[in-house]
Write a protein that binds this ligand. Sequence first.
Ligand code: SAM
Length: 213
Amino acid sequence: MLVKLPDKDVFFPWENEMNSIIISEIELNDWYFLDNGFASTAGMESAHKPIIQLASELLVKKSSHILDLGCGNGALLREIMKANDCIVPYGIETSLEKVKHARLLIPEHGGNFHVGNMFCKGLLGRLDKSFELVLLMPGRLLEIDRVHRHTLYNFLNRNAKNIMVYAYGDWLTRFEGLGRLAGLAGLRLLCNSKEPVVSLAAIYRDSEECRLP
Ligand SMILES: C[S@@+](CC[C@H](N)C(=O)[O-])C[C@H]1O[C@@H](n2cnc3c(N)ncnc32)[C@H](O)[C@@H]1O
């Protein structure tokens, strides 16, 4: 099934008044985990843990820009930042509500969270910088057509020093693991673990033609 892409992405300027809300109170809201597809904070923390760990190993005290494609409310980026205060987070997310929440959670970088579609050329063009790490759930590439897939591959080839892929629950069971899911999306895992839930990945050179059903 193809996802209908919005004609234009939307960018909302930073809203100052949100600064005053206390972070620990924010975490008590149900949207803190619901936004990211989880049933509880504990469930979210447990799913985020291996991603945070791998990101921390990769980004040891390096000043770096990180982009989460489909960032939800930015809770994952915020946890990665806790392990390394040199990180500058960026996110793209289709839901305005979730981006507003991301701006509450990470007010100091609120302007780096964009409402829009990760396959939108115009939006990606606005993020034309070098990212030390780009986070991606490969299933997203199975939801769109070849042209938009290429837009993202091109962006990743040009702007991502490292691509990190991950998947949660249902995506892993439906596709029998991250390796197969990533393969269908034209990405090759760069790890030898048996049943990884997160891994660095590379784009197959011939990804555009052969691996998608
Ligand atoms: C499961 S949540 C993950 C959030 C966060 N990355 C994490 O791991 O906790 C996936 C998010 O991707 C967003 N999303 C789905 N398709 C998208 C697209 N084409 N462009 C931007 N965001 C998208 C959804 O709205 C959702 O908030």
